[in-house]
Design a protein. Sequence first.
Length: 285
Amino acid sequence: MAMGMGDGLVAAGAVGIGLRAPHVAALIASRPRIGWLEVHAENYLGGGPAVRALARLREEYPLALHGVGLSLGSAEGLDAGHLGRVAELARRVEPALLSEHLSWSVAGGTYLNHLLPLPYTEESLGVVADNVLRAQDAFGRRVLIENPSSYLRFRHSPIPEPEFLAALARRTGCGLLCDVNNVFVSCHNFDRDPAAYLDALPAEAVGEIHLAGHSRNEVEGRAVLIDDHAGPVAPAVWALYAHALTRFGPRPSLIEWDTAVPALPVLLAEARHAERVVEAVRVAA
């Protein structure tokens, strides 16, 4: 049976899974033990059967909304219509957690199907902070901002990413969604220390952790990691997750698997592995 929803909050060390369409019927039918569910908000803006199924699962499990289309890095500001639709969905399903990405995907009214990177400058920090404040005002609550995975460097990007996120949290009161796999991927791709990255984040701001799989590609004789969410969590990412728990304390943690989505028991097994890591860190503390 599912953990009791109670007041809809996610327990500090609870492990959840990203809810994907192939698993909805199985979850409704079997109600397995799982800490919480997270969905991409944009998949539910049209209403209809999908939202009704989500509301049914909301009766059994705490729920989180994870946005992919607000484009918080857009210099032209947020799309009022899109923001309003996400805010209305949030009012309808009352999620325990609400998050978005540190990225942009809209320019001149054109929507791009990518989470595109930002240079980390004082100017871009001001743009993102203004957009986060506007989003939080629309939602009437704190938003968690997720660190991206990185594959390129800007010529001018003087603020280290953890410092940029910390400054954003101070300016806006937002929280942070620490994607441990993204940290591992980005630091590998640019020869940085992932543990030092985690240590530079403000622990009190971290409200959620993501875990996912990545792939390894050879590019001109160099291994480049790609955050593709297409497989199990790598051993090195599990180890980094343990460091994150030691650094931040227990946080709601999520298994993401978006490509080549496996059968539900495979995803639940990943969640069980995360629970064992949480328990091992707790015992060692």
